[in-house]
Design a protein around this ligand. Structure first.
Ligand SMILES: [Mg+2]
Length: 210
């Protein structure tokens, strides 16, 4: 049973996330088309494809440098609001893990919490606005309350994020392009919450076999 999150898990997380984003890119595009401009799937797929290339050709001595590269690449390749938000999230993970080759479960929780805070600050979104914050906030709480087992904590976060993303459907959008729709945003799952759930599911898959 894995007890710590190392460079191996970090690389594997990003590669797994990229494959899962690619697999789900038309689903994410359809969700965004319903309440936005429909580019979320393509944007995320393009960004993560670029990230995988960067990681494949780079060598990283510590987690901070790896996550910084992920963040910078997403910032420069993912369009829309998601680029700065996910870019900032991974840059923050990089700052939190600077100089470290591994994180224990509480250490990963602290890093993820700082990343989610960064998303909240940049997006000026609060719980209930129908954004990725609605998936990430309860997921982080589930992670933190499930003890020191990395597989258990990441699984709890992933399951909670998937469930919470579904629960964005009945919400009225108060941020981003979807908010222009007003009441017509009700009844559609938020694409950012959906992509956040995919990223956390990838993390859980990787940590299950850590
Ligand atoms: Mg969009």
């Amino acid at each position: 049973m894995g007890t710590s999150f190392t460079l191996k898990e970090a690389r594997s997380w990003i590669n797994t996330a990229a494959a899962d984003i690619e697999k789900n890119s038309s689903l994410l595009g359809d969700l965004d088309a319903a309440i936005g401009d429909g580019d979320h799937g393509d944007n995320m797929a393009r960004g993560f494809t670029a990230v995988v290339k960067k990681l494949d050709t780079g060598s990283f001595a510590e987690l901070g440098a790896l996550f910084k590269t992920v963040g910078m690449t997403l910032l420069s390749t993912v369009g829309g609001a998601a680029g700065p938000l996910y870019g900032g999230f991974f840059l923050t993970l990089g700052k939190q893990s600077a100089g470290k080759t591994e994180l224990d479960t509480p250490g990963l929780a602290t890093a993820l919490e700082a990343g989610v805070q960064d998303i909240k600050h940049r997006g000026k979104a609060v719980l209930g606005d129908k954004t990725m914050v609605d998936a990430l906030t309860p997921a982080l709480a589930a992670f933190k309350s499930s003890g020191d087992s990395l597989p258990a904590a990441t699984r709890a976060a992933a399951e909670t994020a998937a469930d919470a993303a579904e629960k964005t459907s009945p919400l009225l959008a108060r941020k981003g392009r979807a908010s222009y729709l007003g009441e017509r945003s009700i009844g559609h799952k938020d694409p950012g919450a959906a992509s956040s759930a995919i990223l956390l599911q990838a993390l859980a898959k990787v940590c299950a076999r850590a």
